[in-house]
Design a protein around this ligand. Structure first.
Ligand SMILES: [Zn+2]
Length: 187
């Protein structure tokens, strides 16, 4: 079966993202929800795959989702931009990143980044892939939903918004990307 045509991932990258997300569930610590989630992010070098699983806590608010586990692992190891994400659970339909994760992902991922929502029943070459628009109007049972960061978080707020001029406030913040560029130019 051909990969979903809108995905700017190679077939090999897509397969690895999916298999690593499925494998990442084994790292889940979820004794309270009994709901394992696995995620895998692909760094912008196109070959660094970073797994994450949900980690819960007796103080429930301390729990962290699989997607944020993966992103803080990557970012803290120096990977600051990602080009693909797969998320899965033990459910035979899609599970999608929660609101907080979407915002954290938005910080480090381009809006066009492909996001694969993978059913636990995924079988390479057999499982059907559909777009988000189709998923909204029917069952996602045993179906992979291919979406993007921008579809998950439309009209979003991101780092570049902090760089917008604020007339009269005198409090304009220079975004990190421009600081880096200025530092490079000065060097
Ligand atoms: Zn989350």
């Amino acid at each position: 079966m051909a990969p979903y045509p809108a995905l700017p991932l190679t077939d090999s990258q897509r397969k690895t993202l999916i298999s690593q997300a499925l494998a990442a569930r084994d790292g889940s610590y979820s004794p309270y929800s009994n709901f394992r989630v696995g995620a895998c992010l692909l760094g912008d070098d196109g070959e660094t795959f970073i797994k994450g699983a949900n980690v819960e806590c007796a103080s429930y608010g301390g729990a962290i989702c699989a997607e944020r586990t993966a992103i803080v692992k990557g970012v803290s190891e120096g990977v600051r931009k990602f080009v693909g994400l797969a998320v899965t659970s033990d459910v035979n339909g899609m599970v999608s990143p929660c609101g907080i994760c979407r915002q954290v992902l938005r910080e480090f991922c381009p809006l066009e980044m492909p996001v694969l929502l993978v059913p636990a029943s995924y079988v390479e070459g057999k499982t059907r892939t559909i777009a988000a628009a189709e998923a909204e109007h029917g069952s996602t049972e045993d179906t992979l939903v291919a979406t993007t960061m921008g579809e998950l978080l439309p009209l979003s707020f991101g780092p570049e918004d902090l760089a917008k001029p604020r007339p009269g406030s005198g409090a304009n913040v220079v975004p990190a990307s421009e600081r880096d560029r200025d530092a490079t130019a000065a060097a």
